[in-house]
Structure formats: C-alpha cells, structure tokens
Design a protein around this ligand. Structure first.
Ligand SMILES: Nc1nc2c(ncn2[C@@H]2O[C@H](COP(=O)(O)OP(=O)(O)OP(=O)(O)O)[C@@H](O)[C@H]2O)c(=O)[nH]1
Length: 249
C-alpha cells in the first residue's frame, strides 16, 4: 500500500483542532476499545491527541513526521468516550491525572487507582460520558521522577504540598486547557464532573461547560493514604462532603 492509500484510510479518523493563538491539536479516533470492568465488558470509543506545538501542522505534516517524532518519550493523553456522548442530555466526565504508581502498580499511597476504575464504572452505569486520561499531569504536573523525590520527602515528614513546594514547584502545576479543547470538539452541551477538586471544577465552569452540580469520588482509604487525603482537604481545598466524611471516618 502506498502512502496516499494510507492517508486516505486514516483521513477521516484524524481531525485537526484549531484555535486562534494555540497550537493545533491532532485528534485521532474513534477507535473501538472493549474494556473489562470487573464482571462487565464495556465498549468505549477511544481517542488520542497530540499537541503539535506548531500551529500550522496539518494532517499530512503529522503523518509525515510520526516516525521521527519520538512520541514514545512524550506520552500522549487520551479519552475514553461512552454512549451517545455528543447528544445525550446528561453526561458524566472525569478528568483523570495520570498516576503511574496508583493507576498501574495499584499503589496504596494515593486514591488514584481506585478513582480511575470507579469513575469508569460510574460512566458506564450512567450510560453516557467520558474519561480523560491526562498524560502530562503526573504528580500534579511535576513528572514521575520528581514525584519519586516528593515521596522521599514525604517519608521524612513533609506533606504532599510541602514536598512539591520544596522541590521548586507549585502545589499543583496542572492545566486542563488541552483536555477542554478536546472535550469541546466531542460535545457542546454541559457535563457533570466526577471530582472532589475545586480547581478542576473552576477550569470547566469558567468556560460554561459544567452543569450546576458535581459528583464526588472518595474511597479506598487506608493507613497508607489517609494523610495524603487529609492534605487534599486541608491544604488543596478538596471538597469535604458527606461522601468524604463517610470514606474518611
Ligand atoms: N506530587 C504528588 N503528586 C501525587 C501524589 N500522590 C498522587 N499524586 C498525583 O496527584 C494526581 C491526582 O490526580 P487526580 O486524582 O486526577 O486529581 P485530584 O486533584 O486528586 O482530584 P480528584 O481526584 O478529581 O478529586 C495524579 O497526577 C497523581 O500522580 C503525591 O504524593 N505527590
């Protein structure tokens, strides 16, 4: 197959998202993705995206530069879409920040792995929604290497916020801008966010993308993560509600 044929095959699965004064984003999908969620199999529509870092990159530029771009060294974010996400009246979404230790290894030092699996089940049970998996958010945006250093400081008594600050970072370095652009390309109606984090809510609210409520997600509390969770509430302003109260008791 020659390169023209390859381009033709991929053409309608690759979309360029353009916005004034922002780099183009190449969005690929949907790719059919059957996923095992405990006893149930759910079929998601999976999209990945690439911030081209160059506002003039088009589909051809992206395809032509792929093999030289070393994309494996710079992880890409993606989104799992479920149901009739574009048109449904009510859709649940989760903006999930990557957590190598919690999501992949099942680390008990945080609640990330629990939140990832739980929110996927919630979206499927709800019938329509999307889980954004944000690959440049590791350690609240400080990266995996720095997160391991932060963990060592935490073992010496620092809390999550103090450890980030001591390494020269802000408490939370994350931006939701890219994910919001992708969200807007997939759905125009407001969404309900699964989160306890007021900064996530504010990022979407200021764009008029939110319904007037959110769904909280607390759980998997243990001796290993109770200080981490308490710091979220006490220092990062995570919303303490009846679900938090029950989970953290
Ligand atoms: N710096 C740092 N990051 C951590 C630590 N534990 C977990 N994380 C990161 O914290 C982030 C948690 O992401 P989320 O669960 O999406 O976000 P959240 O701010 O807790 O908000 P919600 O879960 O939506 O309420 C992930 O990027 C983890 O890698 C830690 O001890 N230090």
């Amino acid at each position: 197959m020659n390169s023209d044929q390859i381009r033709k095959l991929l053409d309608n699965k690759l979309t360029i998202l353009q916005q004034p004064e922002c780099p183009n984003i190449g969005l690929v999908g949907p790719v059919r993705l059957p996923v095992q969620l405990e006893d149930n199999e759910a079929v998601f529509k999976w999209y990945t995206w690439l911030n081209t870092g160059n506002s003039f990159m088009d589909k051809n530029d992206i395809l032509e530069s792929l093999s030289q771009a070393d994309l494996a060294s710079y992880q890409q974010s993606s989104v799992l879409v479920y149901g009739d996400f574009a048109n449904s009246e009510h859709a649940l979404i989760r903006m999930h920040s990557i957590c190598h230790t919690g999501d992949i290894f099942g680390s008990k030092r945080c609640d990330c792995g629990y939140q990832l699996r739980k929110s996927m089940r919630m979206i499927v049970e709800h019938g329509s929604g999307a889980l954004f998996y944000l690959a440049n958010h590791e350690g609240r945006g400080i990266g995996l290497f720095s997160k391991s250093l932060a963990y060592l400081l935490q073992e010496e008594g620092y809390d999550t916020v103090e450890a980030n600050l001591s390494l020269g970072f802000a408490d939370d370095q994350r931006s939701y801008e890219e994910a919001i652009r992708v969200l807007q390309s997939l759905r125009q109606k407001p969404v309900t966010l699964i989160t306890n984090n007021p900064r996530k809510l504010e990022s979407l609210r200021e764009r008029g993308l939110l319904t007037d409520h959110h769904v909280s997600i607390w759980g998997d509390v243990s001796e290993h993560n109770n200080r981490y969770l308490a710091t979220k509430i006490e220092k990062s302003g995570h919303i303490y509600d009846s679900l938090a109260e029950t989970a953290l008791l």
